[in-house]
Design a protein around this ligand. Structure first.
Ligand code: MOS
Length: 715
C-alpha cells in the first residue's frame, strides 16, 4: 500500500496549472481516430433506424403505406403515429422548460412544419433503412401554411423566455423628444443553423433492465432526465454516455434521434442506432430564428443616452414558443432615463428554433452595437468614447451592482493593440487598389453564471487521482480544463489526474451550455478535490479501493449574492470592400475579453477565435432561406448554406485582461459564447467606415453591397 500524502503536500508556486497552456488530454486519441463518437461505437446485433420527415408544411397524416416497405430487404419495423410507444410530455425538465414537442415523436397525426418526423424505418443496415425510408409513401391532408416572417406580422406578441418579455422605465417619447440626437433604425438577422461537424447520433439498447443510450449531447444527465420522463422510467434505470462530442453550439439536447432510438429498441429488443443526416439537421436540430429588431436611441449633445428602446421579434413554431431574447444585451450594456426593451415572437408553420451559441446576444448585439456606431457618427464622437460615456453604474434594468465590469479595460487594451488611436472617423476615404478599407468596433457581453453540479474524486493507492463528473466536452477543451483545475485543487501535477466525463452515472451536473459548463463543473471538482486533499494531508493511508469524495455545489451556488454577473469584451475588425463586385473581405480581427480567470489559454483562445470566426460567418455568409411555396429550405446542406471557411478567415487575435471573478472559487466566469457577441457588428461598422453605407440586414451579401453602391434600396 502506498500513500499519496507526501507528494500532495509538496506544492510549490510552480504547481499552479490553471492559467497555463495545456494541449488537450484526449488530443492524441482524437487525431489518431481512436476516439469514438456516438455514431461509430460498435454494438453486436445493431439495427439502424432512418427518420422519415414530412414533405408538407402543414396538415394531417392520412395514411402511412407500410406494407410495401416492410417487404423490402432487411426491414424490421416501421414506427409511426399509429403504432409507436406512447410518451409523456407533461413535465418540466432540468433546464426549466417542457420538452420540445418535436421529441414527442409519432404521437398524433398533425404535421406542424415541413421536415416533421412522421415515421422511423428500422432495418439491418443503415443502407437498407435509408432505401426503405426513401421509398415509404405517406399520404397527407395538406392545409395552407404560413412561413413568411416579417416585422409587421399581425401575430407578433410578447413572450417571456428566461427573461421577462418587457422591461420598461421612464417616458420614452418624452426623452426622445428632448434628445439632441436621435436614431431610429431597423435591423434584421437571418435564420442561422448550428451545423456542428458531428451530426446528431444515438444508439439505444436495453441492458439487464437498464436503458443505455450512447449519444452525442451537451449534457448526459440532462438527457437522462428528459428520456426518463418521456418514457416514464426511473432515472436510475437510464444511463446516457457521450464521451466525445463533435460540436453542439446549443443544438445537442434531447431531439428526435434519441427518442426514436429508444422507441425502436423497446419494440425490437435489440440495439438501434439513429443518426441525423446533414439535411435532416436543418429541420430536426433546431436553429436560430431570424430576427427583426427596431432600435431607437436618443442622446444629449455629449452623447449620453436619454432614451433607449430595443424591440426584437423572432419566429417560433406553432407547437412551442421559443424566444430569441435579442433585447437582452441592452438590459446590461447601456442605461438611459427612458429604457424600454421587449422580445416578441410570431408563430409560423416552421420547426421550433432553439438556443444557438449566444442566444439573444448574437443577433441582439448586432443591432445594438450597430446602432451605437450610428449614434456615434451622428454625435461626431469616437465610437469607443461614446460607449465609455455610457458605462452604467449598475444594471440598467435590475438596478443590481456588477460583480465586475471590465469593458473599459477591454476597449483600452484593444484600441492600443489594434491601432485605433488617430483613426479618421470619416467613411469612404481609404483605398487599396480596388478595395475600400475601413475599421469598426463593438462591445460584447455575456452572462456569467454557475449551476449546481456533483463531482466524484478518488485518490488511488498508486498516487494518481480520478475525477468523475457528467460534464460534456463538445470541443471546448472542458476535459483538459478540469484536469488543470483538479491538479491545482489537489496540488499535484496534471499527469497524475484522469478526468472522466460524459456519463450520467457520475451524477447530476450542469450541461455544456450558457457558457456555464466549465465554471459549474470546476466548482464541483474544486470542492471534492479540496476535501480529498485535506483528508490526505491529515495522513490517511490510501486503501486499495482508494479514497473517494463526492461534492454537490447546490448550496454554495444557491448562496451567491444577486449581482449583475457578466463577461465583457471589445471587438475590432478591419475590412476591405470592393463595391464593384460587392465582395467584403475581413482583413484582421482583434477581440479583447474580460471573461474571468482563464483556465487554459490554449483552448480559451480557440473558443474566442472560434466565436469571432462565427461572427465573420454571421456578418457575411450564413443565411438559411425558406421557400414560401413549399415551406422548406432552399439548399438545406453545406453547399447551399454558406459557412465561413479558411479562405474567409484572416488573422484573428483574441486575448484578455485580468478579470478573476471574486465570487468563484477558481475565479472563472465562462468564455463559451462571448466570442461571437459583437463580432458581426464590428464588421458591419467597418463596412460602413469603408464605404459610407450602413448595412442593417445580415448577411452583408455581395448583392446587398452592389445595390447599396448603385443607390437601389436595400432589402
Ligand atoms: Mo449554448 S447556445 O448555451 O448551448
Amino acid at each position: 500500500m502506498t500513500t499519496a500524502t507526501p507528494s500532495t503536500t509538496a506544492k510549490t508556486s510552480s504547481t499552479a496549472f490553471v492559467g497555463t497552456a495545456h494541449t488537450r488530454v484526449e488530443g492524441l486519441e482524437k487525431v489518431t481516430g481512436a476516439a469514438r463518437y456516438a455514431g461509430e461505437i460498435p454494438f453486436a446485433d445493431l439495427a439502424h433506424g432512418w427518420l422519415v420527415l414530412s414533405t408538407v408544411a402543414r396538415g394531417r397524416i392520412r395514411s402511412v403505406d407500410t406494407a410495401p416497405v416492410l417487404g423490402m430487404p432487411g426491414v424490421l419495423a416501421v414506427l409511426h403515429h399509429e403504432n409507436a410507444p406512447r410518451v409523456d410530455t407533461d413535465f418540466v425538465g432540468m433546464m426549466g422548460v417542457p420538452p420540445d414537442p418535436t421529441c414527442a415523436l409519432f404521437q398524433h397525426d398533425r404535421v406542424p412544419h415541413l421536415g416533421w418526423p412522421v415515421a422511423l424505418v428500422v432495418a439491418e443496415t443503415s443502407e437498407q433503412a435509408r432505401e426503405a425510408a426513401e421509398t415509404l409513401v405517406v399520404h397527407y391532408d395538406q392545409e395552407p401554411h404560413d412561413v413568411a416572417f416579417d416585422g409587421e406580422h399581425p401575430g407578433a406578441h410578447p413572450v417571456d423566455g428566461y427573461m421577462p418579455a418587457v422591461a420598461e422605465k421612464g417616458d420614452l417619447e418624452a426623452e426622445l423628444a428632448a434628445s439632441a440626437v436621435v436614431l431610429d433604425a431597423e435591423y434584421t438577422t437571418p435564420e442561422e443553423h448550428h451545423n456542428p461537424m458531428e451530426p446528431h447520433a444515438a444508439t439505444a439498447r436495453w441492458d439487464g433492465g437498464r436503458l443505455e443510450v450512447v449519444d452525442s449531447n451537451q449534457g448526459a444527465a440532462w438527457v437522462v432526465g428528459e428520456l426518463a420522463k418521456l418514457f416514464s422510467l426511473d432515472p436510475a434505470a437510464v444511463r446516457v454516455r457521450s464521451e466525445h462530442v463533435g460540436g453542439g453550439f446549443g443544438s445537442k439536447s434531447v431531439r428526435a434521434h434519441q427518442v426514436a432510438a429508444v422507441m425502436a429498441t423497446t419494440v425490437l429488443q435489440r440495439p438501434v442506432r439513429v443518426v441525423m443526416t446533414r439535411r435532416q439537421m436543418f429541420s430536426l436540430a433546431g436553429y436560430r430564428s431570424p430576427t427583426t429588431q427596431r432600435i431607437r436611441l436618443g442622446a444629449d449633445a455629449e452623447g449620453r443616452l436619454r432614451a433607449l428602446e430595443h424591440r426584437s421579434l423572432n419566429l417560433t413554431s406553432t407547437v412551442r414558443e421559443f424566444v430569441e431574447p435579442s433585447s437582452g444585451p441592452a438590459r446590461v450594456m447601456y442605461d438611459a432615463d427612458a429604457h424600454h426593451t421587449a422580445n416578441f415572437v410570431v408563430r409560423l408553420d416552421v420547426p421550433t428554433p432553439t438556443w444557438m451559441r449566444a442566444p439573444g446576444e448574437a443577433p441582439g448585439s448586432f443591432a445594438l452595437e450597430s446602432a451605437l456606431d450610428e449614434l456615434a457618427e451622428k454625435c461626431g464622437l469616437d465610437p469607443i468614447e461614446l460607449r465609455l460615456r455610457n458605462e452604467p453604474e449598475r444594471g440598467p434594468v435590475s438596478g443590481l451592482p456588477f460583480s465586475s465590469r471590465n469593458l473599459a479595460a477591454c476597449f483600452r487594451e484593444g484600441a492600443r493593440r489594434f491601432g485605433w488611436a488617430g483613426r479618421d472617423a470619416r467613411p469612404g476615404l481609404r483605398r487599396d487598389g480596388r478595395w475600400l478599407l475601413g475599421t469598426g468596433t463593438a462591445a460584447a457581453s455575456f452572462g456569467a453564471g454557475a449551476a449546481p453540479s456533483t463531482a466524484v474524486v478518488t485518490a488511488q493507492a498508486d498516487g494518481t487521482f480520478t475525477v468523475r463528473i457528467a460534464a460534456a466536452d463538445i470541443g471546448t477543451g472542458a476535459r483538459t480544463a478540469l484536469t488543470l483545475v483538479a491538479a491545482d485543487a489537489l496540488e499535484v501535477t496534471p499527469d497524475r489526474i484522469r478526468v472522466r466525463i460524459g456519463d450520467s452515472d457520475f451524477g447530476p451536473a450542469m450541461i455544456a451550455g450558457g457558457s456555464m459548463g466549465t465554471r459549474s463543473w470546476a466548482w464541483a471538482v474544486t470542492a471534492a478535490a479540496g476535501e480529498l486533499r485535506e483528508r490526505l494531508t491529515l495522513g490517511a493511508d490510501v486503501p486499495p479501493e482508494g479514497i473517494t469524495v463526492r461534492s454537490d455545489t447546490t448550496e454554495a451556488i444557491g448562496a451567491l449574492a444577486r449581482k449583475e454577473r457578466h463577461s465583457f469584451g471589445a471587438q475590432f475588425a478591419e475590412v476591405a470592400v470592393d463595391v464593384t463586385t460587392g465582395e467584403v473581405r475581413v482583413r484582421r480581427m482583434l477581440g479583447i475579453f474580460a471573461a474571468g480567470r482563464i483556465v487554459n489559454p490554449l483552448t480559451a483562445r480557440n473558443q474566442f477565435v472560434g466565436g469571432m470566426t462565427w461572427g465573420i460567418s454571421m456578418a457575411l455568409h450564413e443565411e438559411a432561406v425558406r421557400d414560401r411555396a413549399s415551406g422548406g429550405h432552399y439548399g438545406a446542406d453545406l453547399a447551399g448554406y454558406h459557412v465561413a471557411t479558411h479562405a474567409d478567415v484572416p488573422h484573428i487575435e483574441a486575448d484578455w485582461v485580468d478579470d478573476p471573478d471574486p465570487d468563484d472559487p477558481v475565479g472563472i466566469k465562462g468564455i463559451g459564447e462571448i466570442g461571437i457577441v459583437g463580432a458581426a457588428a464590428a464588421i458591419a461598422n467597418a463596412v460602413w467606415h469603408a464605404t459610407g453605407v450602413r448595412h442593417r440586414n445580415l448577411p452583408i451579401r455581395p448583392d446587398r453591397v452592389l445595390r447599396a453602391a448603385t443607390g437601389v434600396p436595400n432589402a
